[in-house]
Design a protein around this ligand. Structure first.
Ligand SMILES: C[S@@+](CC[C@H](N)C(=O)[O-])C[C@H]1O[C@@H](n2cnc3c(N)ncnc32)[C@H](O)[C@@H]1O
Length: 325
């Protein structure tokens, strides 16, 4: 068995999010190497885990690691947005907990042949699920200059997105994009090398990875599914690693917690919306200095937790004593 080399982030806080649930059924939508899953199985009596990952290598390693837990573990390969389908295959109509630890694992980022990192030369791949046909190279070689600029700007928050996109298109007219080192070099030529802060390629690599794996679309769909899959009192815990993800989670929690989305000047609620989630973490939980010192991935991690509210009894329209916005 290979030694897992991914340290689960915010492990104590993740544990606390689910610790008081009785014999819970928990979906771990981002199983990775099973670090969080093993911790929950060890610490919560009778817990069962439905573990999902779209990376076949991760799933294989997690399966090995979680073997000792026998039939308390149910594994599925696929996107976490399909969690309700996987739960249905187990005959689970609802679940008590859902964990999403977003992004990539250390083995993915540290394996040059996966092409996720500007730190090593490798193929421009970046697919978490290698059954997908479009790699990062495909995007660089086929997307229009405008689309590439949007990817770098919106997913990488790269201010010089247009210049990078123009250079990508010009370069591919000579020869197609194939290697991570070539792309990192081009970004540095266009954007320049800053005296401080992360290397310039960081942002464009993040952007390509998000686009290749439709990471934000997956998150949007998964959050909606999670709310309907959770049993009342169940918990949803999401760890994000950059502002784009965290913004989606924060706004989703806020929207689901709000009782009404009618315009403020309407006295009686007509939208019929009811709150479905109660945020448990008012502010996101972040790593301690000690955890940051031992696990660099923890530095940007933010954990938000919410609890599924019971469905309200149907009745007469709600009076709006104060506007919700
Ligand atoms: C940060 S790692 C999770 C690490 C895990 N919590 C642990 O302790 O080992 C994220 C994992 O989620 C997977 N992943 C990311 N997005 C996914 C998605 N939309 N559907 C399924 N798996 C996904 C990645 O392939 C990766 O293995």
């Amino acid at each position: 068995m290979t030694t897992p080399n991914h340290i689960p982030v915010l492990a104590g806080d993740v544990f606390q999010a689910f610790a008081d649930l009785e014999t819970p059924r928990i979906v771990d939508g981002t199983l990775g190497l099973g670090g969080h899953a093993a911790m929950l199985l060890d610490g919560i009596a009778g817990a069962e885990i439905l573990g999902i990952d779209r990376d076949d290598t991760a799933l294989r390693e997690a399966a090995q690691r979680l073997l000792p837990y026998g039939d308390r573990v149910h594994l599925y390969r696929g996107p976490f947005s399909a969690m309700a389908d996987f739960a249905a295959e187990e005959g689970w109509e609802t679940v008590d907990g859902i964990l999403l630890d977003l992004g990539v694992s250390s083995p993915q980022i540290d394996t040059p042949t996966r092409g996720f990192s500007y730190r090593f030369d490798g193929p421009l791949d970046m697919r978490m699920d290698r059954r997908l046909t479009e790699t990062a190279a495909t995007l660089l070689n086929t997307e229009s200059e405008e689309e590439l600029a949007d990817i770098f700007y919106y997913y990488g928050e790269e201010r010089q997105a247009r210049r990078v996109a123009r250079a990508v298109v010009r370069r591919r007219e000579e020869r197609p994009w194939a290697r991570t080192a070539e792309f990192a070099e081009l970004v540095e030529q266009v954007v320049g090398r800053p005296k401080h802060g992360p290397p310039p390629a960081t942002r464009c690599f993040q952007a390509l990875r998000i686009a290749v794996n439709d990471e934000l679309g997956e998150l949007d769909r998964a959050l909606v599914t999670a709310v309907s899959l959770l049993a009342p009192g169940g918990r949803l815990a999401v760890i994000s690693f950059h502002s784009l993800e965290d913004r989606i989670v924060k706004q989703f929690f806020r929207h689901e917690a709000s009782p009404c989305v009618c315009p403020p000047d309407i006295p009686v609620c007509v939208c019929g919306k009811v709150p479905t989630l109660k945020p448990i973490t008012r502010k996101p939980l972040v790593a301690t200095a000690e955890e940051r010192a031992t696990n660099s991935r923890a530095a940007s991690a933010k954990l938000r937790v919410a609890e599924k509210l019971p469905l309200p009894e149907t009745g007469k329209p709600k009076s709006k004593t104060k506007p919700s916005r």
